[in-house]
Design a protein around this ligand. Structure first.
Ligand code: TYD
Ligand code: MG
Length: 454
């Protein structure tokens, strides 16, 4: 028997040490080292000195498989994966417990099974009866999904190797899986990594698409194995505020598609409903006519999304005023505040500033600068902005309003949702096309905007 080798493995990044230490040198996290038995983490066949077998080398122009992508039957899910599941690919879906990962994937497997594909759902967390109960609630109990409650990767691979190759396999979750090839306890980095590796090998060999569910730790990382993120083809993160019904599926990494795409869902009593027009949802509970709110015409991936920015500017009682922002980049907020102070004579150093993006959306675009500035000034002077206006434009350090990409798409969405005017960069007028139905109010400089509001 091989000598047992104990080592200390960082549960965050997977780095191994031969003695315990408080801080992991590789990722800088504290208290993440745990003792693991890594005996056999390299399979016996690799350790032995056997001669490698030869394999055939192929040409680039060889036969390709047809239909490399398979639609999940859910448009919002397909949008995020880049047009459907790619054969032989492995996808990791992360998210907080209770956010709806199992619900989403039960729906996706059922859709696939209903359209005649072999779809398998393996739960390592719930008993078969519990999964059935959920399917019943979702009205999907009749879908011909193949279901099992299993945690041994070897058993799963052997079972699925029989019969037709499954088109989709869901493993819920990767943290509950274990393999015989390593001796660590299930849930440890070594186990999760080895299990993921075995499943990835199975996907590549057979062409089945595999979705791994991953739990997320309190600081938002997919728990334990950051390494798994590097091994898979795509990482999707399922997000949402617990108290709200919206759920956003975001692509964090994707070898086969764009990473700035989002899918929007609503959690209902009958499972997740796709939201094909997110703007309507994000604007559905607007505080019409109250100061401090501005509608931003943004772009998420390939799709325009209108969302309300809410600002609160109030005199501070503290020595250092507070700046808090939810859903936007705090350093961009600081920059907008600095430009307002320096170039527009707006004094904010004695005020607390809060900025919130409604609906739990996270905006990354600098194009939101203009909407944020408008909301801030509107709150400061306590004057509501026109309710039928949308804002977009990037603010430069000099206070000039710079043009942003995809002006026509933003204007079209605003028009569709019944807005009457757009406040936009001066140079964007030319890109706007002949949308005469929307009145365009171009601003060249932040000072002009401030003068108009105040
Ligand atoms: P679940 O998919 O089990 O979450 P996860 O797998 O990410 O832990 O979803 C759990 C929550 O979703 C639970 O609080 C109940 C709620 N839910 C609904 O609101 N409607 C439904 O139809 C279903 C199935 C769940
Ligand atoms: Mg679950």
């Amino acid at each position: 028997m091989a000598k047992s080798t104990l080592s200390f493995v960082c549960q965050n990044c997977g780095a191994a040490y031969n003695r315990w230490q408080g801080k992991c040198d590789a990722c800088g996290e504290w208290n993440t080292l745990a003792e693991e038995d890594t005996t056999g983490s390299v399979p016996v066949s690799i350790r032995s000195k056997r001669k490698g077998r030869t394999f055939a080398l192929e040409s680039l122009s060889g036969k390709t498989q047809d239909a490399p992508r398979l639609s999940s039957g859910m448009g919002e899910l397909d949008r995020v994966t880049g047009g459907g599941f790619v054969r032989g690919s492995v996808l990791l879906v992360g998210g907080d417990p209770g956010i709806g990962k199992s619900t989403l994937l039960t729906q996706a497997t059922s859709m696939m099974a209903r359209s005649g594909h072999r779809a398998v759902y393996i739960s390592g967390e719930e008993a078969v009866a519990q999964v059935r109960l959920r399917a019943e609630r979702l009205g999907l109990a009749d879908a011909p999904v193949q279901l099992a409650s299993e945690t041994s990767v070897e058993d799963i691979v052997s079972t699925l190797s029989e019969g037709a190759v499954p088109r989709l396999i869901v493993i819920d979750s990767i943290q509950t899986m274990w393999t015989d090839t390593v001796e660590s306890a299930p849930g440890t980095v070594t186990q999760v990594r080895a299990s993921a590796q075995a499943l990835i090998r199975f996907a590549k060999k057979t062409g089945a698409a595999i979705i791994l569910v991953g739990h997320v730790t309190k600081d938002g990382q997919i728990a334990g194995p950051r390494v798994v993120e590097h091994m898979v083809d795509a990482v999707l993160s399922f997000e949402g505020e617990g108290s709200q019904q919206f759920r956003i599926l975001r692509s964090v990494k994707n070898r086969f598609g764009a990473t700035d795409e989002i899918g929007v869902f609503e959690m209902t009593g009958l499972g997740l409903r796709e939201v094909t027009n997110p703007s309507e949802l994000f604007l559905s509970e607007r505080d019409l006519g109250s100061p401090g709110t501005a509608v931003f015409a943004g772009i998420e991936g390939t799709r325009p999304v209108l969302v309300e920015l809410q600002a609160l500017v109030a005199p501070t009682s503290l020595g250092t005023p507070r700046r808090a922002v939810v859903g936007w980049d705090p350093s961009r907020l600081s920059m907008v505040l600095a430009v307002l102070e320096a170039h527009c004579g707006v004094k904010l150093s004695g005020h607390d500033v809060y900025l919130n993006v409604a609906g739990g959306l996270r905006i990354q675009e600098p194009a939101a600068d203009l909407a944020a500035a408008a909301a801030l000034v509107s709150s400061l002077v306590n004057a509501p902005l026109p309710t039928d206006a949308v804002y977009f434009g990037e603010i430069s350090l000099s206070g000039a309003i710079r043009p942003v990409a995809q002006t026509p798409a933003r204007l079209k969405e605003a028009l569709k949702l019944g807005f009457g005017r757009a406040i936009l960069p001066e140079s964007a007028r030319g890109d706007a096309g002949g949308d005469a139905a929307l009145s365009l109010n171009s601003v060249g400089n932040l000072t002009t905007l401030v003068a108009e509001i105040a």
